[in-house]
Ligand binder design. Structure first.
Ligand code: ATP
Length: 456
């Protein structure tokens, strides 16, 4: 993973946030290639979950939400992690994670008193990771919601306007709007990609646990108790999507939750086998019954029941949720694709990305940069292709070096314009170029007129 992280910085995929000021824990920026990969992942997700379906629509809700939303969702009371501070160096530790390191499981539902008792029993085995001391403050529940100071909403309760702790609440808030203004009928789904913010106690593991991140969520609304078939369909589709990104079965697995929250009927996570970190969650697929809409109906006083257009029956739909961390999937895709191999007797780094995800689809090279006829012809090809796909121009260094640079960022094709293209090798090769394949290094001649179709 250290290698993947260093690579991400070196080739402009991911930079530490506010780096010139020394960086911020758990905050990252995506660079020029990173943003292309990120957008391609989101586009693939959106096409699969919205465009290719008749029973799903998308929305984009605002970041700022009425403070009462987080009371209704349970976040103001229950969205916390157990925290202790080292009395010597003030390092903050997440109690459940530290206990796990010495083989002790802290149940998510434990009270503060029980957690303190458990911590007191085992803390002698746990040295502060920063300074090695063994002296800690008592365990307290640390709420993960991030406050803002937008406006004055205190008249609506005691809470400030929080940044979203999870993006999906925006979908529940618009359920009624979508029913009232579109022709969607239960069963149907709403999809959204949105930002979430969490005051993680110890952000770590690069993009895996950050304080600002994106979530891609779907909420599928069904008639009460008609959840099983849809849940199985959704699980199968979500797994298939990861396969379509080029992730192998051996690095992907399902994990069922042992301890369900009280309202949930079933919950599974999709886990990816990250280098160094091992298997961990990238997406949750949850069968949430009518909890979310009931909570918002009670807290807002707005009737969120759905009326069956055929029978007139009124009910609160049950919800099947998928919630994916886009940054975690980005890291999974990058880890999966990052490969070192040998080609033509030379060691290289190659990103074996699915072409759909590659930041650059093709690179265009004039064989020599000091031959104006070659450069002019290559520019023609480049200009033609750039309206169809993200392509890159490179005339710097020998062709082998240019290939290596593109292999590293996962460009599927390199296109070289040479003297044969200009017609010097005879009529049969005139207006053809060399197309070189990233994975095999194989080269073939392709007519310029056929390049666009080949890239498509
Ligand atoms: P974890 O147990 O790892 O903290 P979670 O169960 O709290 O995650 P959910 O609330 O179910 O996560 O959020 C759905 C998805 O959002 C997760 O599967 C994960 O991919 C992503 N996610 C959650 N927290 C973070 C974070 N701090 N940084 C990056 N992605 C996150």
């Amino acid at each position: 993973m250290d290698e993947v992280i260093a690579f991400s910085k070196r080739r402009g995929f991911v930079y530490p946030g506010s780096e010139i000021y020394g960086g911020m824990a758990g905050i990252y920026d995506f660079g020029p290639y990173g943003v292309e990969l990120l957008n391609n992942i989101k586009r693939s997700w959106w096409e699969t979950n919205v465009h290719s379906r008749e029973d799903y629509v998308g929305i984009d809700s605002s970041i700022f939400r009425d403070p009462r939303v987080w009371d209704a969702s349970g976040h103001t009371k229950g969205f916390s992690d157990p925290l202790v501070e080292c009395k010597k160096c003030n390092a903050r530790l997440r109690v459940d994670k530290e206990l796990a390191k010495v083989g002790v499981t802290a149940d998510e539902k434990m009270s503060e008193a029980d957690l303190n008792a458990l911590w007191d029993e085992h803390k002698a085995k746990i040295a502060c990771p920063s300074c090695g001391a063994h002296d800690y403050t008592p365990v307290r529940a640390f709420n993960l919601l991030v406050k803002s100071n937008l406006g004055d909403f205190t008249s609506r309760g005691d809470n400030p306007v929080y940044l979203p702790g999870e993006a999906c609440q925006g979908i529940y808030l618009n359920f009624k709007n979508v029913v009232d203004t579109t022709r969607m009928k239960v069963p149907f789904g709403i999809a959204q990609i949105g930002k979430a913010f969490r005051n993680e106690i110890s952000p770590r593991n690069f993009l895996f646990r950050t304080r600002e991140f994106e979530q891609a969520d779907t909420q599928f609304f069904v008639k009460p108790h008609e959840n099983k078939e849809a849940y199985d369909r959704i699980k199968a589709e979500r797994y298939a999507w990861y396969k379509s990104l080029g992730i192998s079965d051996e690095n992907l697995r399902w994990k069922q939750h042992d301890n369900l929250v009280f309202y949930a009927s079933d919950a599974w996570d999709i886990e990816y086998n990250f280098p160094t970190y091992g298997f961990d969650e990238v997406e949750g697929v949850h069968d949430r019954t009518d909890y979310d809409l009931t909570q918002h109906m009670n807290h807002s006083g707005t009737d969120l029941r759905y009326t069956d257009p055929q029978t007139g029956e009124k009910y609160i739909p049950w919800i099947l949720e998928t919630s994916m961390g886009v940054g975690r999937v980005f890291l999974a895709v990058l880890s999966e694709a990052y490969t070192k191999d040998e080609l033509d007797g030379e060691e290289r780094v190659v990103l074996r990305l699915a072409p759909e995800l590659a930041p650059v689809k093709a690179a265009v090279f004039p064989l020599l940069r000091n031959k104006p006829e070659l450069v002019a012809k290559a520019r023609e090809v480049f200009t033609m292709l750039k309206t169809h796909a993200r392509v890159e121009w490179d005339d710097n260094g020998n062709i082998g070096k240019r290939y290596r640079r593109q292999d590293e960022i996962g460009t599927p094709y390199c296109i070289t314009i040479d003297f044969d293209t200009l017609g010097e090798g005879g009529d049969e090769v005139k207006d053809t170029v060399t197309v070189r394949d990233r994975d095999t290094g194989e080269q073939k001649r392709v007519k310029i007129a056929e390049l666009t179709a080949m890239l498509a």
